[in-house]
Design a protein around this ligand. Structure first.
Ligand code: NAD
Length: 262
């Protein structure tokens, strides 16, 4: 299937590892020009160089924190100046810590709102004018299965990510007339460093091993395994493609069927 996005400019936030990195790689494999960011410059530049070599892709990478609106603004301007525009924007950031409600501090809530909600606002605000000029654009937020089904001890994610869904639906309604499609992708349990951190946090408070948690999460999905970051990435690339041209305002779970609702 020709996805029709060869030559498009795809910005992927928080992309030095995990799902973000797999997404940047998947866009490069489709012939997109790719812009990447993360906080650690060394890790980020190594990831960018690997993608350049493997896919002969044009890659622009800059280290900054996505919770800094001025840095997001400068980055989007730099990408547009280097590549001519920003056609596809995937918002992403590290997930909030695993905590129950009474152990979550006010500071944790503020950090979660900054990283997991406001960073999407910052990117959307900067990229939409570029997309309006071209009458074509795709914004895809990476959130979590928690947007459909709360996960135990992830109260920060359960609550804050719901706001992203409201944002996605609002942007889809407001900018569909400009050819801009906005969707949300919710990963289920996916084999990345983030998942290892969650397993470690659970193990520390229960006496069970990290592996027991990883096995239990795999068993909870009808497909009986954890997800691979590439599987989330390929769904994102499809949503960004010409083949998903009548899909907007949706949340698509990539969770091996773990969501229990209809
Ligand atoms: P990860 O921890 O493996 O990777 C996170 C990436 O974000 C890294 O590149 C890191 O450098 C970057 N990053 C983190 N905070 C940043 C910031 N403030 N500014 C710039 N870059 C930043 O995580 P992952 O597993 O790839 O998850 C990606 C997102 O998907 C997270 O929000 C996570 O909570 C969510 N998610 C993951 C899973 C899973 O099972 N892995 C499940 C549901 C949701």
């Amino acid at each position: 299937m020709d996805l029709g996005i060869k030559g498009r400019v795809a910005l992927v936030a928080a992309s030095s590892q995990g799902i973000g990195l797999a997404t940047a790689e998947a866009f490069a494999a489709e012939g997109c020009r790719v812009a990447m960011c993360a906080r650690n410059d060394r890790t980020l530049q190594a990831a960018a160089e690997k993608i350049r070599r493997q896919h002969s892709a044009e890659v622009y990478a800059e280290a900054f924190d996505v919770t800094d609106p001025a840095a997001v603004s400068r980055f989007v301007a730099a990408v547009a100046s280097k590549f001519g525009s920003v056609d596809i924007c995937v918002t992403n950031a590290g997930g909030p810590p695993a905590k129950g409600f009474l152990t979550a501090l006010l500071e944790d809530w503020k950090k979660a709102i900054d990283a997991n909600f406001l960073s999407s606002v910052y990117f959307a605000h900067e990229v939409i004018p570029h997309m309006q000029r071209k009458k074509w654009g795709r914004i895809i937020t990476i959130t979590s299965i928690t947007t459909k089904q709360p996960v135990t001890d992830l109260v920060l994610s359960n609550a804050v990510r719901a706001a992203v869904v409201g944002l996605v639906k609002s942007l889809a309604n407001e900018f569909g007339k400009d050819g801009i499609l906005v969707n949300n992708v919710g990963p289920g349990f996916t084999a990345t460093d983030r998942l290892k951190e969650l397993a470690k946090a659970r193990a520390a408070t229960t006496g069970k091993s990290e592996q027991e948690f990883l096995d239990a999460w795999a068993a909870d999905a009808p497909v009986k395994r954890l997800g691979d970051p590439r599987e989330v990435a390929e769904t994102i690339v499809w949503l960004a493609s010409e083949r998903a041209s009548y899909v907007t305002g949706q949340t698509v779970l990539v969770d091996g069927g773990m969501y229990k609702g209809l």
